[in-house]
Design a binder for this molecule. Structure first.
Ligand SMILES: Cc1ncc(COP(=O)(O)O)c(C=O)c1O
Length: 347
């Protein structure tokens, strides 16, 4: 089952299970959408304005930016471009340090590549040696996420430099920076020096545009060329192209949300300490909480009370772990009071 289908279509409850922005987008986005004219909707969308706005925000020339219908589409295009087995040739391999965003596994399978999983360390710190050992001459993609999902743990940028220097010719290192705004760290300023590194960004999380679907890939035009060919023409719609420009013009909204997330994480850590739950300190907008044998009670009890949190037990190294989104402080307080209620009720 896709990670987007569980639980289904629940807009009434408190959605803390997909790392979305619980505060929503900037009001300027709504104004920009309301101003769209009939003729703009009638034509295929122009992208220069949106691409320039994204490039300026990320501090790179516009020819290094490829917009996509969500970063998910960018990842699928990257898999199609780099992991399809050539006729009669060796099957390309994708190295995935686990636990990871499950889409890397799905897209590798869809493209026909071979998945090479690297198992996590107990503290989820980046296992550089094991990733290097997993690489072969058939490696075509190394999938990284910084900070990682579902752990929230960051990796050292030096590990990306090392991997970029060691992957075989023709392979790419993909750095998924879906949560980079929350960590305040990015590899993007270095992509000009590492032509085999592609960075992925999304505007679903920090900017609250998940429903409109817009993300991007950043990298050298040559490395990006096969990926661009795999992205459908006009895959980003005119509303998303208008929305991203409005969102990037309101960085106060972004910064306000980043403050809410930081406070929410501190509240969650304190609640876990009170409740006797361990957790992984996170650089993202969610916290991986280790509830052990209380995991199902907590997830199901919260679900029954309209608060959706995500059981990650089936992910490598994550037995007994729940991922909880940390967004608007009032939402986090509600989640914490539900966690307290459930755990007290089941004692
Ligand atoms: C690591 C990672 N990459 C990409 C995405 C998808 O981003 P988008 O909404 O832009 O498709 C997510 C969403 O959960 C994610 O966690």
């Amino acid at each position: 089952m896709s990670h987007y289908q569980k639980p289904p279509e629940l807009y009434e409850g408190l959605r803390l299970h997909q790392n979305e922005n619980t505060g929503g987008c900037s009001p300027r986005v709504l104004e920009a959408l309301a101003k769209l004219r009939a003729d703009q909707i009638g034509f295929y969308p122009p992208y220069a304005g949106a691409t320039d706005a994204v490039a300026t925000y990320l501090g790179v020339p516009a020819d290094r930016v490829t917009l996509a219908n969500g970063l998910d589409e960018g990842i699928m295009a990257l898999a199609v471009a780099y992991l399809r087995p050539p006729i009669g040739g060796p099957v390309p391999e994708a190295v995935v340090p686990e636990p990871a965003f499950e889409i890397f596994r799905f897209d590798t399978a869809v493209a026909g590549g071979t998945l090479v999983q690297v198992m996590p360390r107990p503290d989820f710190s980046f296992p550089l040696d094991a990733v290097l050992a997993a690489m072969t001459e058939r490696t075509r993609v190394v999938f990284l996420t910084n900070p990682n999902n579902p752990t929230g743990v960051s990796m050292p940028l030096d590990a990306i430099r090392t991997l970029a220097g060691r992957v075989p010719h023709g392979a790419v290192v993909f750095v998924d920076e879906a949560y980079a705004e929350f960590a305040g760290v990015s590899f993007i300023s270095e992509v000009a020096s590492y032509p085999n590194v592609i960075v992925g960004r999304t505007f679903s999380k920090a900017f609250g545009l998940a429903g409109l679907r817009i993300g991007c890939l950043v990298g050298s035009p040559d490395t990006m060329d096969p990926i661009r060919r795999a992205i459908p023409v006009y895959s980003v719609n005119v509303a998303a192209a208008a929305a991203i420009q409005a969102a990037l013009a309101d960085l106060d909204h972004l910064n306000g949300y980043l403050r809410q997330v930081a406070e929410s994480k501190a509240l969650l850590y304190a609640a876990c300490d009170r409740l006797g739950l361990t957790y992984v300190t996170s650089d993202a907008n969610f916290v991986l909480v280790c509830a052990g044998d209380r995991t199902s009670e907590l997830v199901n009890g919260a679900f029954a009370r309209g608060v959706y949190i995500r059981d990650r037990s089936s992910e490598p190294g994550c037995a007994g772990c729940i991922r909880i989104g940390a967004g608007i402080v009032d939402h986090t307080r509600r989640c914490i009071s539900v966690m307290e209620e459930v755990l007290c009720a089941t004692r």
